[in-house]
Design a protein around this ligand. Structure first.
Ligand SMILES: [Zn+2]
Ligand SMILES: [Zn+2]
Length: 350
């Protein structure tokens, strides 16, 4: 056997034959980007390739003038004989798994994914391969999600309770993915829906792609007097900021998979935690790996050592941990922070 089709380099995953990187973390000439979160889509690449639905958000985050080619799912292209195809990852709008195939050798790199269909991005599609690179952000058996409809009902009930007593609700959710998932399913009969600027910008970029999240307004459109019974969706970095304090009496709820563990540090600053994640839970990870039929599994992000050991010992797979440079949730949060500061500088609402 010669060199494998895909290797991990200092820049990120690299396919030498096609001369292309996947989600590189250093500047390279050609990058395939699985989705627009900050730890996967980084600035400064010569050319980008991504799913069509990522286009506007990538241009918002990386610059309008980036060189970007987009593909539909299951629409193969060839780079020096290597067949490259994107498949749905179900993580956030525009998220994709990347399949690379050459002379019968098939690799799939999952990017981030979840199995539950969120109604925004097409559901995760297992792709047969010999080598599967999987994320494992929530790769511990304690992480098992309840159906999102139940969580959204909880959020609506919490908001209704606050509205009935004249208070507002602030939901903390990442500006790409989580925010739109919540936004889509809020019960508008309870009160008005507002979005913080970082969320609003992302909404608009996605709406330009044809997404529809229902009625919402930016925070600056809120009346200056007392707002009552409203809900605001804001990125985690904005929650607790001075700007929100003048927004009247409110309680804060955070939507995150991390809320499943009460010991989480962030829990203590919040009034409510809602267990809603854009990543696969333990069951989802196990099902996804099995469905690929891959014998070789490379585990990255989160609890990779635990999940890789489980795959080796319980499933008899050739599984190993792969070290990458960034952990998803923190990077997404950093990006929310920078979008927020951008908006403040340009005179947007804060
Ligand atoms: Zn992500
Ligand atoms: Zn990630």
């Amino acid at each position: 056997m010669g060199k494998p089709l895909l290797e991990l380099t200092e820049q990120g995953y690299y396919c030498a034959r096609a001369d292309v990187y996947i989600d590189p973390w250093r500047r390279v000439q050609r990058a395939i980007v699985t989705h627009a979160h900050a730890d996967h889509a980084r600035p400064g690449m010569g050319q980008y390739l991504a799913h069509r639905d990522s286009e506007q958000v990538l241009r918002l985050r990386l610059g309008a003038s980036i060189s970007l080619q987009t593909l539909n799912y299951r629409e193969p292209i060839f780079m020096n004989g290597v067949e490259i195809t994107l498949f749905p990852a179900g993580h956030v709008p525009g998220s994709a798994q990347v399949r690379l195939a050459y002379k019968g050798e098939v690799w799939v790199i999952s990017g981030d994914y979840k199995l539950e269909d969120d109604g925004l991005s097409p559901a995760f599609e297992p792709v047969a391969c010999q080598h599967f690179i999987t994320e494992s952000t929530f790769g511990l058996p304690v992480y098992r999600w309840r159906p999102q409809q139940e969580i959204l009902s909880e959020i609506n009930a919490w908001w209704k309770g606050l509205a009935d007593s004249g208070e507002n609700a602030v939901v903390s959710a990442y500006s790409l993915g989580k925010a739109q998932r919540v936004l889509r399913l809020l019960d508008r009969s309870i009160g008005p829906v507002y979005c913080h600027s970082a969320v609003a910008q992302t909404n608009r970029a996605l709406e330009a792609q044809g997404f529809d999240f229902g009625l919402w307004q930016t925070l600056s459109e809120a009346p200056k007097e007392k707002v009552q019974g409203a809900i605001l969706i804001a990125p985690p970095a904005a929650v607790g900021s001075a700007a929100l304090r003048k927004w009247g009496d409110y309680q804060t709820g955070q939507c995150s998979g991390w809320m499943a563990l009460r010991g989480q540090r962030r829990w203590s600053n919040l009034d409510r935690g809602f267990v809603l994640s854009d990543h696969a839970d333990w069951t989802g990870l196990c099902r996804a790996v099995e469905a690929t039929g891959a014998e070789n599994v490379y585990v990255t992000h989160g609890y990779s050592a635990v999940f890789a050991r489980y795959l080796r010992e319980e499933k008899g797979l050739n599984a190993q941990t792969v070290k990458t440079m960034f952990s998803g949730d923190d990077a997404a949060e950093d990006l929310d922070k920078s979008l927020m500061m951008q908006a403040e500088k340009t005179g947007g609402e804060s």
